[in-house]
Design a protein around this ligand. Structure first.
Ligand code: PLP
Length: 499
């Protein structure tokens, strides 16, 4: 399919009701009543213990930190403030229904995998999904049929999957497929063809699930890509705290208004309940209500500013520092149809330093932290409404990098993978033992191990460990990469299923 060279424009006009923050307001109203609190949490809105936390945070977080099922907040005449907050979130993203999450998008991926198991036993999954999807496979017992993402060999990063690759995987996944699970945008901001993947999944009679952890802001500005729900995804997992502006660990799970809404809605209601704390944090919920309001009402102004900051940053890095910034270059890959302009990916290879060294320099010299430090690149994330001060500090820091000692040696991305023997769940729950790497060859892995870059799991629970896989893991470490999930940095030992 020909790449679409520009992000799809946001479509809708959101209702004036989006001006409200019902859940946040209900918490504030409750706190203003200064009730006698003979319930939990035990800090009673004014912690009697260590004052240091109050000195650090002030009293407000304690006053608004209330237990669940509070009358007038979560309970009472319908719609309760909580019900209204959820309806407004669903409207803002274009969902049939939305659930708030207090254990991140990780919880959303796990709840979705559990829900999908009601539709079948196999799932077509992008190989580079986040580890929480693999945890979801373990919880649900779903058996994966993987689709490989494209690897950007310049930067050593994994992008996304094409509809054609999804169709091929569906064709040989058997009869009992529960759905298709993809992740877009990528960590580096590459956006896949969600509409195309939804068409392919629906033609095969299964739902499309999109882990849109990195795209909470999508669809709120015409210069940003549209969100996955509006492209026909059936379930979307969103890490609202990443780029949506809510507190860390708060996230949302959205149900699309498509052909699977009834069956998935009923399942998600149950699996969300199973995985949500019975004492979910009111502070996290309130921050989701406020972040939704901010995006729905103020997005145009806020994101105008973010986009201007990102554009200034790109230009300064290119013109003043002389480094390359990846953006349109991503579009040469078949699986990338747009990119997130708020992720500024700086190609650091020409400095002769790897991303970790660049990151250490930025911290020490200009006190700047960036989101990603890979071998060949660093990624700066521009938040909603972010002015350009921090971005310009990054430029100053990059300009002060020590002189290049020559380009980095060529990098070989480790994309070798194991072969499945047991389902992730069977292997995860089996008795295990830790053995030296040489003795792990031929054994079944109990863990998930992924080379960074590019972050594709090379071994999953249940996969047969080959000599090639061990060599690829150790080669990655020797080249300055790291292995997510490894027991030791140098991958000297692995956890395997006991024979
Ligand atoms: C693609 C993807 N999905 C899910 C998650 C999990 O999100 P959270 O940290 O909100 O649990 C992450 C976290 O980085 C992620 O990158």
């Amino acid at each position: 399919m020909a790449p679409i060279h520009h992000a799809v424009a946001a479509t809708d006009v959101r209702s004036p009701a989006q001006e409200a923050t019902p859940y946040l307001d209900a918490l504030c109203d409750y706190a203003a009543l200064t009730p006698a609190r003979l319930n939990v949490p035990g800090h009673k809105a004014a912690p009697a213990g260590d004052r240091r936390i109050v000195d650090a945070l002030g009293c407000a977080p304690f006053e608004l930190d209330v237990p669940p099922l509070l009358w007038g907040v979560d309970r009472g005449a319908s719609p309760t403030p909580m019900e209204r907050a959820l309806e407004l979130a669903a409207e803002a993203w274009g969902a049939k229904r939305t659930w708030f999450l207090t254990n991140g998008a990780s919880q959303g991926n796990q709840a979705t995998c559990l829900a999908l198991r009601a539709l079948g036993t196999t799932v077509v999954v992008q190989r580079s999904v986040h580890s929480s999807v693999i945890d979801g496979l373990v919880l649900s017992g779903l058996v994966p049929r993987f689709v490989s993402p494209t690897i950007d060999t310049d930067l050593g990063v994994a992008h996304g999957v094409t509809p054609a690759a999804v169709a091929e995987a569906l064709a040989d996944a058997g009869d009992d497929v529960a759905g298709v699970y993809i992740v877009t945008p990528s960590y580096f901001g590459a956006v896949a063809d969600v509409a195309g993947c939804a068409r392919v999944a629906h033609a095969a009679g299964v739902p499309l699930i999109v882990d849109e952890a990195w795209g909470a802001h999508f669809g709120f500005h015409p210069e940003l890509p549209e969100n996955a729900l509006r492209h026909g995804a059936d379930v979307v997992v969103s890490s609202t705290h990443k780029l949506g502006g809510s507190l860390t660990q708060s996230a949302m799970l959205h149900l699309g208004d498509g052909p699977f809404a009834d069956v998935l809605g009923a399942q998600l209601e149950r699996t969300h309940r199973a995985l949500e704390s019975t004492s979910a944090s009111s502070l996290l919920y309130a921050s989701l209500d406020a972040a939704r309001h901010n995006l729905a009402v103020n997005a145009r102004v806020l994101l105008d500013r973010s986009l201007a900051t990102a554009a200034e940053l790109r230009a300064a890095i290119r013109d003043e520092v002389g480094l390359d910034v990846a953006d349109e270059a991503f579009l040469r890959y078949d699986d990338v149809i747009a990119f997130d302009p708020l992720r500024v990916v700086v190609d650091t290879r020409a400095t002769g330093l790897d991303g970790q060294q660049v990151g250490a320099h930025l911290r020490d010299v200009v006190s700047v932290d960036v989101e990603v430090l890979s071998r060949a690149a660093i990624v700066a994330v521009i938040g909603p409404g972010e002015p350009n001060d921090n971005a310009m500090e990054l430029v100053r820091g990059l300009a002060l990098l020590p002189p290049a000692s020559g380009p980095l040696p060529d990098w070989e991305a480790a994309t070798v993978t194991g072969t499945p023997e047991l389902s992730p769940r069977e292997a995860f729950l089996a008795p295990t033992e830790v053995v030296p790497a040489a003795q792990a060859i031929g054994r079944i892995s109990a863990d998930s191990l992924a080379t960074y870059p590019p972050g594709i799991p090379n071994v999953l629970p249940g996969e047969h460990i080959t000599a090639d896989v061990i060599a690829a893991l150790q080669h990655c470490v020797a080249q300055g990469g790291w292995i997510r999930g490894a027991l030791t940095d140098a991958v000297t030992h692995l956890r395997v299923v006991r024979r």
